[in-house]
Design a protein around this ligand. Sequence first.
Ligand SMILES: CC(C)(COP(=O)(O)OP(=O)(O)OC[C@H]1O[C@@H](n2cnc3c(N)ncnc32)[C@H](O)[C@@H]1OP(=O)(O)O)[C@@H](O)C(=O)NCCC(=O)NCCS
Length: 178
Amino acid sequence: MTDTDNTLPRAVVEAKDGRRYTLRPIQPSDAPSLMRGYQALSPQERWFRMLHAVPELSEAAAEAFCTPDLTRDFCLVLEGQDELAGEILGGARITGEHNGRDCEFSVSLRPEVRGLGLAQQALRMALQLAAAAGYQRAYGTISRDNRGMINLAVLLGFNIRQDPDDPACVIAEKTLTP
Ligand SMILES: CC(C)(COP(=O)(O)OP(=O)(O)OC[C@H]1O[C@@H](n2cnc3c(N)ncnc32)[C@H](O)[C@@H]1OP(=O)(O)O)[C@@H](O)C(=O)NCCC(=O)NCCS
């Protein structure tokens, strides 16, 4: 994706406090803000996001994250306001598998804007894009300790089951319909 990419939609979403936020595709110039946002997560939240120890995002990792493979992946981010103007607040990502049927979701939000329904709206829109692109199943691996993410997945209609490969995690999965 380039900074002028217009192939994915921009949307305005309303938070629970009545504020309106722009939700748009991630772009390469978001990399420095992505790194700052990752540092704003607590160590446990970084673990929840990555499911292994990644104390900080390298520049290379952030740049790669900000240039998704648009033939398979979607990544939507929320734009910050006021003291977070110019920053991205986080958002939702869909990573498609080569089989064209399955895709993995991930979601993350800066602590300053939690509890406002923003992660839910970002993930809903990313899942709609995935369904429209023809993916039939979305899934994500979630730490058992991550009650917030498990609740969010249940709210969005995901079924939760034990991860057969890791007793510390569950798999959230959902059939997508266009
Ligand atoms: C999980 C995360 C994305 C939720 O972000 P958020 O914007 O606060 O979530 P929302 O406000 O959209 O919450 C939607 C619903 O999810 C559930 N939920 C979210 N956070 C919750 C929490 N801390 N405790 C309980 N339920 C929670 C609730 O059902 C909530 O609905 P409600 O507010 O009407 O009760 C955020 O906490 C985060 O970034 N965590 C760190 C990274 C992470 O764990 N990512 C997931 C990796 S799989």
